[in-house]
Write a protein that binds this ligand. Structure first.
Ligand SMILES: [Zn+2]
Length: 75
């Protein structure tokens, strides 16, 4: 599993939506990835879905803008 997938699973875990297999995969990743472990701990503490923050930080600007545009269309 890579960190992006782990982050998605972390969000689901916080929402209580993980399957048993996903929870297992996530804990395996957390065991070997200190960065995600820190993120997950922080997310559990704050109940903030970190995926959105990570997308904002890492996504190219034009992607962010197109997401914003899509959001504007649907709202
Ligand atoms: Zn990771």
């Amino acid at each position: 599993m890579n960190c992006n997938k782990a982050t998605v699973l972390m969000s689901a875990a916080i929402d209580g939506e993980l399957t048993g297999k996903e929870a297992e995969e996530l804990s395996e990743h957390l065991a070997e990835c200190p960065e995600c472990r820190t993120e997950f701990q922080e997310a559990k503490n704050t109940k903030i879905i970190i995926r959105e923050r990570i997308v904002r930080v890492k996504a190219p600007k034009n992607l962010v803008e197109s997401i914003v545009r899509m959001t504007n269309v649907t709202t």
